[in-house]
Design a protein around this ligand. Structure first.
Ligand SMILES: Nc1ncnc2c1ncn2[C@@H]1O[C@H](COP(=O)(O)OP(=O)(O)OP(=O)(O)O)[C@@H](O)[C@H]1O
Length: 327
């Protein structure tokens, strides 16, 4: 768990509480957002109705959960995503810290995968996709006209829900990407190091010529992580990487995620609350609401240290979600 000190500011930017040596800053959410009041849920429910979704619609900047980091890797500014004319994700402002694990949680359809795919421009491959607002990668506009999306995806690797190794040898699964990218180093060394980083080397070192598809589900997923690592990314995005794995494989991948953050920034989408508490330093909770057009769109509700989100969330919706009352 990250124990960096936190400085909390109110909406005017004035300090209201300071802990020593701030390196992370939290601005309060809008007062219109429903604050948690564990002692009076009924009152909260009725005022939630009064304050329902219009304050969260696109381009309304009042309802934001912004956490600022020194050297953030990603920063989104008023990011909204559409598929065709349909708003899928509304007005997200958030920053992702370096070499930490950040979890995106929330009920189905709240836009977690949509957001994670914005971080490596994978959504570009969806014809109906378009976005408004900005995504910065180290202060560079990721959607700038001169940015090469293929290069972006090399720097920002992705591991998917279902392990998808190439139908090639274990060795080639790692070496292939490096070779087509004109890697000039020692391929054997790259394969070994990548498999070691993915905690798979000891299990496969004697069968590197065997097909990657012959591995167990958990091993396949670690092979995919090794494949991502071999491209020497800075960030690894993981979209429900354990959802198809058994508990033992899940535990191995979770341990691996913990090790990966020594070298990489990790963003993980998960439906598993325990998993978020086990692996993530920071957690962002998203929710979905019906817009005026009747379509559901996602928005960021609360973003904080994982411990805070699970033990002392500020928003009623977060409290209800993390305690399993919906979603
Ligand atoms: N390729 C697509 N084309 C059209 N609509 C899409 C596409 N992908 C996602 N959506 C829509 O965008 C919204 C957000 O979907 P997304 O998959 O990002 O949510 P999610 O929170 O990751 O959901 P889940 O937890 O079920 O995976 C949903 O309404 C979904 O139907």
């Amino acid at each position: 768990m990250d124990n960096r000190h936190i400085e909390i500011k109110n909406n005017t930017g004035k300090k209201r509480e300071t802990q020593p040596k701030p390196s992370v800053e939290v601005r309060e959410n809008s007062p219109t957002q429903q604050k948690r009041n564990p002692g009076n849920l009924e009152e909260n429910k009725s005022s939630k109705n009064r304050n329902s979704h219009p304050n969260r619609e696109k381009n309304d900047q009042s309802n934001q959960s912004i956490k600022s980091f020194n050297n953030s890797v990603f920063r989104t500014e008023q990011l909204s995503v559409y598929y065709g004319d349909t708003l899928a994700l509304s007005n997200v402002n958030m920053e992702i810290p370096p070499k930490q694990v950040t979890a995106l949680i929330g009920p189905s359809g709240c836009g977690k995968s949509t957001l994670i795919r914005c971080f490596n421009r994978l959504n570009d491959l969806i014809e109906s996709f378009h976005s408004e607002g900005k995504v910065f990668f180290h202060d560079k506009n990721l959607y700038g006209r001169k940015v090469d999306a293929v290069k972006v995806r090399r720097k920002i690797g992705m591991v998917f829900q279902k392990p998808n190794p190439f139908p090639k040898s274990i060795y080639e699964n790692i070496a292939y990407g490096a070779r087509i990218n004109n890697y000039s180093g020692d391929l054997d060394e790259l394969v070994e190091n990548s498999l070691k980083k993915a905690a798979l080397w000891s299990e496969v070192k004697d069968k590197l010529k065997e097909n990657g598809l012959s591995l167990s589900g958990g091993q396949k997923q670690r092979l995919c992580i090794a494949r991502a690592v071999a491209l020497k990314p800075e960030v690894i995005l993981m979209d429900e990487p354990c959802s198809s794995l058994d508990p033992v494989s899940t535990q191995k991948v979770e341990e691996l995620i913990h090790d990966l953050k020594e070298s990489y920034t990790v963003i993980i989408v998960t439906h598993n609350m325990q998993q978020a508490t086990r692996v993530a330093d920071f957690t962002a909770f998203f929710n979905a609401e019906e817009g005026e057009s009747g379509n559901r769109f996602g928005y960021l509700v609360e973003y904080d240290n994982t411990e805070k989100i699970f033990q002392d969330p500020q928003e009623q919706a977060t409290q209800e979600y993390v305690s399993g009352r919906f979603g």
